[in-house]
Design a protein around this ligand. Structure first.
Ligand SMILES: Nc1ncnc2c1ncn2[C@@H]1O[C@H](COP(=O)(O)OP(=O)(O)OP(=O)(O)O)[C@@H](O)[C@H]1O
Length: 486
């Protein structure tokens, strides 16, 4: 455990880092963030006693660090500096072994089994064991960085101070080093303070973050309390947006480049649709921001090719993802820029309609296979698997939607679809009640993201009204097309 109280210090009489206070409990990781020159490295040097303290104190195990002698302090605290001493004539093993220096009485004279074990463990954990006998100058920058991390680890101190430990490392080795640091913290109780430039890595790996600004603490807390877009924009003077990590409850952040042609309108028109026997396709010049429940590329993303593919009624859907991938390759569609839905309805029965609005026009395309429609409030009564049937709905908006608006658009579109089924008297064959959809409906909301942002898309808004009218009328038309085929 390390306790820092009102710490100030640095290079000159006027302290560069000012009034820093925090506690890092045993086994926890604190990340230090901040713009270039904000004092992160200086803080680490003051913490480790390399630079003088003007006021305040750093305590380890309840004792101020200046009350430890150099060797005793080195047993408590290991430091990985940002710039490393030139160790180029040495082998990797020799450089890592230097980490055992505080444990030696006469250098290498008292090399113990424990020293050897610490060096071996550190080399294995950082993946440098295979370069053991290699001279340092033969290693790449990233490999050398891992050797220095190994050296700090070999010191087997309770506290590890790391200044940009992932500098020079590729994504796999960033993960390896940070996974290793986290494992040592969780399993061996290592306490870690590390400077990281990459806010996303800091958010993923650190328990708490300290955001520095002009040598002072701007914020401290859990990642979600520190990585707040407005705060980061203020400190870094850069436009950013935050988003959720796909697997971890940790915020992630991305830079927002200066907006280019956002105001320029792009027009997706009905003529941009192509209908063949096998699919309905919309190919756009610019990628659209899409939220969908498609079978291929579902979720949120940017795509320029939309396919509603007609498959035979006996299509086996057990490995649908692989089959769709094979189809895309066979037909020369780019798998990464194409969204695919499947329908058993012949493509000729699609309804595509265009609606105008002040923000730009909107196109709605629907295939309505309502032969096996269900009343969603009654499906729990069924013992059998609901039959497959599909209403595929696409809403293409020439406009810019906020995240809330995308979600509201899905609700508005779903309500309008349900109303269309009611209007066309489509019933659940089992319950006899009005159907609300089918068991495998799919929805796609796409927007060009040009023009002024529309914050909401409920029926109180113009875009919501247009979605509601568009989906209702187009679904009614698609149902009529479906009925008329018989
Ligand atoms: N040896 C030095 N003597 C005097 N001032 C220094 C010295 N080293 C750095 N500084 C100054 O201290 C300030 C903070 O530097 P520091 O290295 O702590 O920033 P940092 O937040 O780690 O930056 P970076 O993100 O660029 O690594 C800078 O303005 C820098 O110019």
């Amino acid at each position: 455990m390390i306790v820092v109280e009102h710490l100030s210090g640095g290079y000159e009489d006027v302290p560069l880092v000012k009034d820093i206070s925090f506690t890092v409990e045993k086994g926890k990781i604190l990340g230090i963030l901040g713009p270039n020159g904000s004092g992160k490295s200086t803080l680490l040097k003051v913490l480790s006693g390399i630079l003088p303290t003007t006021t305040g104190m750093v305590m380890i195990d309840g004792k101020a660090i200046h009350s430890y002698n150099a060797r005793a302090l080195a047993k408590k605290m290991a430091v990985l500096p940002q710039l490393h001493a030139n160790a180029f004539s040495n082998s990797v093993r020799e450089v890592v072994s230097l980490g055992r220096y505080p444990h030696q009485t006469g250098f290498f004279a008292s090399w113990s089994a424990r020293d050897e074990q610490a060096v071996q463990h550190a080399m294995l954990q950082t993946g440098v064991k295979r370069y053991e006998q290699t001279p340092m100058e033969f290693l790449s920058g990233g490999e050398q960085q891992r050797v220095f991390v190994a050296q700090a680890l070999a010191q087997t101190a309770e506290i590890l101070l790391l200044d940009e430990p992932t500098n020079h490392l590729d994504i796999a080795h960033q993960r390896q080093i940070l996974d290793m640091v986290r494992k040592e913290a969780m399993e061996c109780g290592l306490t870690v303070v590390m400077v990281l430039h990459d806010m996303n890595l800091a958010s993923l790996y650190c328990d708490e973050l300290l955001l520095m600004e002009g040598g002072q603490m701007r914020a401290i807390g859990a990642p979600h309390e520190v990585i707040i877009a407005s705060q980061i924009e203020d400190v870094y003077q850069a436009r950013v947006a935050t988003y959720a990590h796909p697997e971890m409850p940790k915020p992630q952040i991305t830079m927002m480049p200066t907006a280019g042609d956002r105001q320029q309108r792009a027009m997706i028109k009905k003529e941009h649709f192509t209908i063949t026997e096998h699919y309905i396709q919309l190919q756009t010049e610019i990628p659209l921001k899409i939220v969908s429940s498609a079978v291929h590329n579902p979720g949120i993303g940017w795509f320029s090719c939309l396919l509603n593919r007609s498959v035979p009624g006996d299509y086996v859907i057990s490995d649908v993802k692989r089959e769709v991938n094979e189809f895309l390759q066979r037909e020369n569609f780019a798998p990464t820029s194409t969204v695919v839905m499947l329908t058993a309805v012949p493509t000729s029965l699609v309804a595509i309609q265009e609606f105008s609005a002040s923000f730009g026009n909107m196109i709605v395309a629907v295939t309505a296979g309502v032969g096996n429609a269900v009343d969603v409030s009654r499906v729990h009564e069924r013992q059998d698997e609901p039959y497959i049937g599909t209403i595929n709905t696409w809403v293409i908006i020439n406009g810019c939607l906020s995240e809330e608006a995308f979600l509201q658009a899905t609700m508005t579109a779903t309500e309008a679809k349900t109303k269309a089924l009611q209007s066309e008297n489509i019933r659940d064959a089992r319950s006899g009640t009005i159907a609300t959809g089918t068991a495998t409906d799919s929805l796609l909301i796409a927007a060009t993201q040009k023009g002024e942002e529309m914050l909401y898309a409920g029926p109180i808004t113009e875009v919501g009204k247009t979605i509601a009218k568009g989906v209702f009328e187009t679904t009614v038309q698609a149902i009529k097309n479906y009925k008329n085929q018989f």
